[in-house]
Design a protein around this ligand. Sequence first.
Ligand code: FRU
Length: 432
Amino acid sequence: GAFGAASLGLPLGTNPVGAVQTGDASQWTRTDANKITLTDETTAPVINDDSAVISDDYWIWDTWPLRHRDGSIVKINGWQIVFSLTASKDLVPGARHNEAMIRYFYSRNGHDWQEGGEAFENPLGHHQWAGSAMYDENEDQIYHFYTATSPEPEFRQRLALGKGATLETNSQSVELTGEQEHVIMAEADGDLYQTLEQSREQGIVYAFRDPWYFQHPETGEDLIVFEGNTPTGGDSPDDPESYNGNVGVMQATNEELTEWELLPPNLEAIEVNQQLERPHYVFNNGRWYLFVLSHEFTFAPGLSGPDALYGFVSDSLYGDYEPLNESGLVIANPEAAPFQAYSWLAMPQGDNILVESFENFRGLDDTSQGEISLDEVGSLPAEEQKELFGGTLAPSLKVQLEGTETRIVSELNDGHFLPSGGSDGGGNGSNR
Ligand code: FRU
């Protein structure tokens, strides 16, 4: 690698040659978060209810496309493939997390998605949470990075890899085939990344999940960012230090991508927010745009912010991340439908981004007007809970990127599209 210990004059062993140079984590500060305001540029339009249901049988939420090593979206014989967390529609929405299973869907036009099947035969974990999927066309195999999660109420999370699957396509369908092998890539170490045990006193939620694979755009090194927590010793939900979300980083130490080394987080939200979910990058003209999701309920005491896509920009992996639009806010749900969508994923499209997400809870609004709050949903009769939940892909949003500023340009009409730049066979390099 270009940043080996020798070239930096560091004592050998502290930063082995081939390892990326690490640095201090940037901070999402209370001052930044205090600037969160919903503007025309950062507020999504209210979703119309008639958008297409992708599956009759399954709730669909967190979704990620199959990408090439270089990050561009795979298109094979005209098909795009996405993987989603899914669970039976027999379940009430709140019960889905504990039964999440990754399934795949494929489409030629980004609108009509057909159901493929299960992504894995014998995955690790009681259930599986979000991840990312990379197709290596030379090896003709998929590397599927995911979260192996243990059952409720524990929700222990480990970062896992399933590899070996490939795709068979014809004019009618796409099929995942091939023997898969599953390995654990990483577990929380208690030092850089808080363990479940360390988080118990905090009394809120805990994260070590959502591995998102990418190649270092300059050196080609294999890296993953994920959602973690920094051990801070926070000991109650009232303690600001209990809000300790970070973006974790790890680097592959073998070519098979089965062995990884945990590196320090590169972004922290200590005393700001407990969850920096599904971190992912968009690279644009030497800029590293780092996106995360977060919830209203995970902001630290004294701060408030919407369920939204938040973003930061830097010139390198461990550079100085600046919050986009000063506060970090990129796409907020509108005040009239504050929980309408979640789990946004930004993908490069030309010089801008296209952002997909799923439809979450609609109709939860102003409790002062007699409407119910998110907390009350779980106590409604099952059918009413299901009525309120989308559980399908939301219309994608186009967002313009301009340095440290962003602007929502449009909602795609009746579409859940991914960027269309993908090419058959080799990667097209997207917009690096
Ligand atoms: C975001 C998320 C992910 C996790 C999944 C669990 O929507 O919290 O971090 O993988 O949902 O359902």
